[in-house]
Write a new protein. Structure first.
Length: 180
C-alpha cells in the first residue's frame, strides 16, 4: 500500500515480483510480511509447491494477523508434474485469489508461484488473472525463479535476485534456520 502523508492513510496497493536465480526471494517477502504486521496490516502468506514444517512456518504460524497456507503435494518435483501436482497448484491459486478478494488481507504473498508457472502447473494467464483480481487496497507479491515476462511488465516493482556465488556449489547443504 502506498502511504499518503497528507491523508495519513494507505491509498493503493501495488504488485511486486521477487524473481531471479539468487537466494532470498522468500526471505524478502517474509521481511515485507514482518514490516506489514508491525504496521498493523493483515497478511496472507500462501506457499506453492510446499507442504510441511519449514523453519519460517514455525515462527510465522505464531504471529497475529498472519495466516499461512501451503499448496502442494508434499513431493519435490524433479520429474514431469502429475495431475495431482497441477490440481494442488490450481486449487491453491483459486483459494489464494478468493482470500485476496475477501477484503480480509492487506498483503498477500504468493510464495514460489513463479516456480509453479515454470513447472507448467499454472499458466502465465493464471498469474495475470490473479493480479487483475487484486483489490486496489491489497499489496500482492509473487515470488520464485522465472517470473513470466508479462507479469514482470505489469508489476509495479520487480526485484531480481542474482546469484554471484553460492556455497551449495562448494558442497554445503541446506542448513536449518538458514535455508530450511
Amino acid at each position: 500500500m502506498v502511504y499518503d502523508s497528507k491523508k495519513d492513510a494507505y491509498t493503493r496497493g501495488c504488485v511486486q515480483v521477487y524473481t531471479g536465480n539468487g537466494k532470498g526471494k522468500t526471505t524478502a517477502s517474509m521481511g515485507l510480511a514482518i514490516r506489514a504486521l508491525g504496521a498493523g496490516f493483515s497478511v496472507l502468506f500462501a506457499q506453492f509447491l510446499k507442504v510441511g514444517s519449514y523453519s519460517e512456518m514455525e515462527i510465522l504460524g505464531h504471529l497475529d494477523n498472519l495466516t499461512c497456507k501451503q499448496y502442494g503435494t508434499g513431493k519435490f518435483i524433479m520429474r514431469s508434474p502429475t495431475e495431482e501436482d497441477r490440481a494442488a497448484a490450481a486449487e491453491g491459486l483459486r483459494d489464494a485469489v478468493e482470500e485476496m478478494e475477501s477484503g480480509r488481507w492487506d498483503l498477500v504473498i504468493l510464495d514460489e508461484v513463479n516456480v509453479a508457472f515454470n513447472l507448467g502447473l499454472l499458466s502465465e494467464d493464471d498469474l495475470l488473472s490473479a493480479a487483475a483480481k487484486r483489490p486496489d487496497m491489497v499489496e500482492l507479491v509473487f515470488t520464485g525463479r522465472g517470473a513470466p515476462r508479462k507479469l514482470i511488465e505489469m508489476a509495479d516493482l520487480v526485484t531480481e535476485m542474482q546469484e554471484i556465488k553460492h556455497y551449495y556449489k562448494a558442497g554445503i547443504p541446506a542448513r536449518k534456520g538458514i535455508e530450511s
